[in-house]
Ligand binder design. Sequence first.
Ligand SMILES: NC(=O)c1ccc[n+]([C@@H]2O[C@H](COP(=O)([O-])OP(=O)(O)OC[C@H]3O[C@@H](n4cnc5c(N)ncnc54)[C@H](OP(=O)(O)O)[C@@H]3O)[C@@H](O)[C@H]2O)c1
Length: 299
Amino acid sequence: MRYRILGSTGLRVSVVGIGTWQFGGEWGREYSQPDVDAILDQGRDSGINLIDTAECYGDHLSESRIGDYLSRHDRSHWIVATKFGHHFNGFMSRDDRFSAADVLAQLEGSLRALRVDRVDLYQFHSGSDALFQDAALWEMLAAQQRAGKIGHLGISILGKGSEWQARQAREVGAEALQVIYNRLDRRPEQLYFSHAQRDQLGILARVPLASGLLSGKYSPGTKFPVTEVRGSFDADKVDRDLAEVERIRRTEVPAGIPMAQWALAWCLKSPLVSAVIPGCKDADQVRSNAAAAELVPGD
Ligand SMILES: NC(=O)c1ccc[n+]([C@@H]2O[C@H](COP(=O)([O-])OP(=O)(O)OC[C@H]3O[C@@H](n4cnc5c(N)ncnc54)[C@H](OP(=O)(O)O)[C@@H]3O)[C@@H](O)[C@H]2O)c1
């Protein structure tokens, strides 16, 4: 495994982390505690030390599974990142809850679920610019940071993008940006990299496999079931993306290298990207994803 320092946080994160939206049950299967244990055991054995979760991957469900694991293993090995701002109502349904009082209650819920006394990285979860502009929210978070319940603050920027939030990050005390970044979506290079460089913000690349499309195992015409998140994607766009993935596989991926590993290492070409956080379905995917670190040139 390779490690990079996440912006100005001083946190030494493995360049490959584990995204855990999957544990909330919206990716076509339910995760038992033994399923999660196997994934996190493999992560630790592969040198991974970064977990990304959120309040609304199930109603604190993903966090609870991680917390159960952490309560039985070495908590100090892990850098735990979670998020705030939503209430989970059911499959792919959430309400915004970004007021200072709501977020304070969520923080307590996350600490309980994760069974920790501190969240290492607490991220604004893809809220609008209007919700971001709330001095009371950021004052409350700074107070919780002083109280030791939050290590560092981050912003998980909404999917359609917000350069303005990246520009404001330092103002509100954030030290990391989580953005969609992968071989099919290079907008962050223009939108965020210069802010990250200037303000020493660590970048976490989420959806680094383009929701699995960049694994190379799907062909145009693939239909995902409605029981998982990808079943709600625009089918025409998925087809166009898969055609582009085939072109990339033919023209850019060296022979003999699994495309998923290549795609993760591609995101890490810039040292501004501290880590990728691929969602992992099982321990085999964790093992394969961790091996992508070997394709990353030394810093
Ligand atoms: N707003 C936000 O803050 C936000 C939004 C989205 C995601 N996130 C975070 O980012 C993480 C990653 O994003 P994501 O999970 O949406 O997308 P992703 O990482 O691009 O894709 C994950 C999917 O790729 C497939 N996969 C993973 N490793 C593989 C391998 N080695 N070989 C083949 N297939 C592999 C798996 O699906 P199949 O095997 O079923 O194809 C897996 O469910 C999430 O778990 C979450 O922590 C945050």
